[in-house]
Design a protein around this ligand. Structure first.
Ligand code: ZN
Length: 359
């Protein structure tokens, strides 16, 4: 925290939820003790234009010379984007390990209702990230599980989009994503069961720090492919707005592997998906539409998800084979199936054919 004074003197401090208000008050008091003159500002929504423009005006009127963003991924994204637009330094203080947003030069922008709109590439990473284990331990366990799913996606997305790259940095990023996946598969369940086990720190740092590094050195194509495109599509439905970013991304991994298996013809993807299912289940992460709060979703709503995920310029098109909204719908409904027997496979095929006819 002492370093903040060397970066700015009058930061606007951005936060959101009631659950973190006491922590943020303590951080605010710490900044005042350092003889800084912070301004406190609350977000009303996810990282959205309405909030960003309001906070931009406040920061300008108070002559703020930096941004301190303290919260989860969407608060951190809002703080980074606000700092980027103001042309001032940003300091991130993750209050959970639910995403790697504290260390990335990227911000997702949502509608006030929480629907993904677009992402913006920033000029740089934040000047400083304060990753205090004492803060992060106070977050609900569910945020760490969400962070694990989001970080796992690095491997599944980077390996399919960039696994054959000849660029050295991209190759290193892909291998880092593999090591990250292995560490999460080994340590994840222990970390969730026991915060006092050393595995907790390894996992929390893997989710909030290392995962950000993969995108940092690997570039845009190492960041997101189908798992995040499915997340972006799912955010269009009110029914799953209560789900965390990584919870939707985790389901997106299953959908991506299903696409690789069915459309891409990669047998190993089917095996990878079946191995991942019990792991996600153990971490209480969603493995079917019902878990995502979409048990009653209509076909039209699921089609909306798929249309959004397959829109022009979507990251889903970084897959090495074409995907249509109809093909995605088949994978979306069957991502959680463990169809190891031929009769189940044929039943699923029938289900898919029925859907295809409707589409
Ligand atoms: Zn993510």
């Amino acid at each position: 925290m002492d370093l903040v004074g060397s970066i700015c003197r009058k930061p606007i401090m951005v936060g959101r939820s009631n659950a973190t208000s006491l922590l943020r008050e303590n951080i605010f008091n710490d900044l005042e003790r350092l003889e800084l003159r912070p301004i406190s500002a609350e977000l009303d929504h996810d990282c959205c234009e309405v909030d960003l423009q309001r906070l931009h005006s406040i920061a300008l009127s108070k002559s703020c010379d930096g941004v301190v963003a303290a919260g989860g991924g969407k608060v951190l994204d809002a703080g980074k984007l606000l700092a980027h637009r103001l042309g001032v330094p940003c300091i991130t203080v993750p209050l959970s390990a639910s995403t790697c947003a504290g260390w990335t030069a990227l911000a997702n922008v949502y509608s006030p209702e929480g629907a993904f709109h677009h992402d913006e590439v920033l000029n740089s990473c934040p000047e400083l990230i304060i990753f205090d284990h004492g803060f992060v331990r106070q977050a609900p366990a569910r945020t760490l599980a969400s962070g694990i799913a989001d970080a796992l996606a690095k491997w599944y997305e980077a390996s399919i989009s960039s696994g054959s790259s000849r660029d050295g940095l991209i190759q290193q990023a892909v291998q880092m994503a593999r090591v990250l996946r292995d560490q999460l598969l080994i340590d994840g369940p222990t970390a969730l069961r026991n915060q006092d086990d050393p595995a907790w720190a390894r996992v929390a740092e893997a989710c909030a720090l290392t995962a950000g590094l993969v995108g940092g050195i690997g570039g845009a194509r190492c960041r997101t492919v189908a798992a995040h495109a499915v997340h972006n599509g799912l955010t269009q439905l009110q029914g799953c707005h209560q789900m965390l970013h990584g919870e939707k991304v985790g389901y997106g991994i299953l959908v991506q592997l299903r696409l690789e298996e069915i459309i891409g013809g990669h047998q190993l993807a089917g095996q990878a998906r079946r191995q991942l299912l019990p792991f996600l289940k153990e971490l209480d992460l969603p493995i079917n539409l019902e878990d995502l709060g979409l048990a009653k979703a209509s076909l039209a709503e699921l089609q909306e998800v798929c249309r959004f995920a397959c829109r022009e310029g979507s990251d889903i098109h970084h897959l090495p084979f074409p995907v249509s909204a109809g093909g995605l719908l088949e994978a979306l409904v069957a991502a959680g199936d463990i169809d190891s027997t031929s009769s189940e496979r044929s039943q699923n095929r029938q289900k898919h054919n029925d859907l295809s006819e409707i589409i």
